[in-house]
Design a protein around this ligand. Structure first.
Ligand code: ASP
Length: 348
């Protein structure tokens, strides 16, 4: 028996788990059960590492709610045996996936760190080793016997973010992610510095983790653009079984205030479809009622997404739609921070 923290690496796929076949020059997935042998540096970390892989590694473009379930079930099964989890996925949809996992796990008291890379782990110039090694260090970090991080995070290129605040911003730069509305929870340089006043604090004693396994995916993202036609909006809002809409609006939550457009939204809301207002801006918040062009949205019952990202709004909608909430309850819970995903203070 050792007192070293036990870390579970969960490999789902993505560039990070690839090595170059130098004969053919092609990228091939490598067997993750041999990760510690392949990356001897991992042995120098002060923790015990085990790994588990998806049966078939996926490009994260193929990520879906069934795979979300697979990830949370692996965590649930191994929750008591491990002190922290590092989840490797492709970066393309990592913000969606990690946001969803943050809502699916309630009363989380252990670190779950998502990471990946822009270059394969076997590439000479790879960013994978630093991302992986520091993620494991973060997942093992404790203060007074308790984990420093007890939430779902995303680590990439020297920064640790709250996962449900992130967005992928570059397909080329190693700095592939940003979190415009919330500062990093840690930064890695010569030292690994945690911004401990920002991290989620565990309140009270041990709480049993609750795993929410059912997500509703009859939802759509409707991104407005000048000139969007009535027939397009009407067709989208009339999709059969549609349960929710992330309405991507302009600036501080503004949209056309023409009678036609507002009536289409009002009819959808009257049919029980939940519509959430999220800004297309990368930073800042929706402030419904600040301009005339958002006043009517507020009046007809569009929900205020405040400064939530689209990725996180999709995840939160999928989660809350399954909870069978009344209109009032849905609005209450969506507009309130449940996992640190939005800033409560924006009361408009
Ligand atoms: N297309 C890859 C994926 O998201 C890119 C990456 O791994 O970062 O799976």
């Amino acid at each position: 028996m050792t007192n070293k923290p036990n870390i579970l690496l969960i490999y789902t796929g993505g560039t990070i788990g690839m090595v170059k076949d130098y004969k053919t020059n092609a990228l091939i997935a490598f067997d993750f059960s041999q990760i510690v042998e392949k990356i001897p540096e991992l042995q120098q970390l002060n923790c015990q590492i085990e790994s588990i892989s998806f049966d078939e590694a996926i490009d994260s473009s193929n990520m879906n709610t069934a795979y979300y379930l697979e990830i949370v079930e692996i965590i649930e099964e191994n929750y008591t045996r491990f002190d922290g989890f590092v989840i490797l996925t492709g970066s393309d949809t990592m913000s969606y996936t990690s946001s969803a996992i943050s809502f699916m796990l309630e009363n989380l008291q252990k670190p779950i760190i998502f990471t990946g890379s822009q270059l394969p782990i076997g590439d000479l110039r790879t960013d994978a080793k630093e991302n992986l090694i520091t993620s494991i260090e973060i997942a093992s970090a404790t203060r007074n016997g308790k984990p420093i991080i007890s939430e779902v995070c995303l680590y990439f290129e020297y920064k640790l973010y709250r996962a449900n605040r992130t967005t992928k911003i570059s397909s080329e730069q190693f700095e592939a992610f940003t979190s415009m509305n919330f500062p990093p929870l840690a930064e890695s340089g010569v030292h690994l510095n945690f911004n401990e006043h920002l991290v989620h604090q565990i309140e009270g004693g041990e709480k049993k983790i609750i795993v929410r396994k059912n997500l509703v995916n009859e939802i759509v993202i409707l991104k407005l653009f000048p000139g969007i036609s009535k027939v397009v909006v009407e067709s989208i809002l009339n999709i059969s079984n549609l349960r929710g809409v992330v309405l991507e609006t302009y600036g501080s939550g503004n949209a056309p205030n023409s009678k036609n457009f507002i009536e289409l939204l009002r009819n959808a809301i009257n049919k029980g479809i939940k519509i959430v207002n999220v800004t297309q801006c990368k930073s800042g918040s929706v402030m419904m009622g600040h301009y005339d062009t958002s006043l009517l949205l507020k009046e007809i019952g569009v929900v205020n997404g405040k400064d939530i990202t689209t990725e996180s709004a999709v995840a939160k909608l999928m989660y809350l739609l399954n909870e069978n909430l009344s209109i009032v309850e849905f609005k209450h819970f969506f507009e309130k921070s449940l996992r640190g995903e939005l800033t409560d203070k924006y009361h408009f």
